[in-house]
Design a protein around this ligand. Sequence first.
Ligand code: ATP
Length: 343
Amino acid sequence: MTAITIRLQGCRKAFADGTVAVHDLNLTVEGGETLAILGPSGCGKTTTLRLIAGLERPDVGQVFFGDQDVTRLPIERRDVGMVFQNYALFPNLDVAGNIVYGLKVRGMAPRERNKRCEELLELVGLQQHGKRSIHELSGGQRQRVALARALAPRPKVLLLDEPLAALDAQLRERLRSELSELLRGLGITSVFVTHDQGEAMALGDRILVMEHGRIAQLASPRDIYQKPANAFVAGFVGNLNAFAVSGASPTGLKVCGGELPWQGTDRPETLYCRPEHLRVTQSEGHLHGRLLAQFFQGAQSRLLVDVGGPQPLLVDSSDNELYAIGAPIALAIAPHLLFTLNA
Ligand code: ATP
């Protein structure tokens, strides 16, 4: 089966009270791609997912699956599998009953159904749990049943609404990598909604960052992080240091605490960098300040360094050396790790 491309063309969705949840959205999800939709509460993530699912119809615009215009098709005629945040499993059916439910409705013969059920139980690692009732399962196991149920009819498109939100942090991280492996292995086109930037980075081939019903940026996780389109995206995905530029020198740009090695021909007002890209150095650094605080975080520690600017700099250092509060700190950065942002 070739994976299908999803296309939203000029989609707008407003609700009865006048709230415009999605504005003129143009979006292509490539066949076999996993797209993460990320953004703050109320930015239109779920509405976008529901437009793709056929649970909402756009006021204006069209939705295509491949060449087919599915705008007016309801969910049951779109060939989508859906996993909801609360899993929406049938409590009166056992695990196998939940998984084959959709196949039964479609009239698949029992023998074929059972074979498919075995395949799916194996796929999600629940081989021994087919006869268990739903209330005997852990949160992670329920999530897997919901996934198996959604995948059972071999849908063209898999949609997931905050699929891991109900799980505790550790389990979430484990299932995140399992889910990522599974989606890549299946090669199915999938779209999922999340609040969690770590989840979006780990699972998404690309991330759509939304702000007020519009696309703030659509790019690979690496580009979203390293080349954010604007200050909103940069602030939403990860931490940021900002440097007000006060002048130029032959080798760079002058900022509070020193001089940064800017290679651009322009002279921006503000330069930015990520905390992990500042390096504590024993030799001549680009910036000089004093340690305000150090927080041990396991694999790394976060330093707060006062270089005389309005905010202390955040520095994520993996050497985990312990510095004395007030100690002089020299920081260096590679020029390509500095960037500018649109407002
Ligand atoms: P969250 O992360 O909180 O789930 P979201 O990004 O998924 O938010 P949506 O659920 O798509 O956001 O909602 C976008 C906007 O549309 C919000 O302002 C929301 O209040 C509004 N909205 C969503 N559904 C409805 C509805 N059925 N009736 C009226 N307004 C709605």
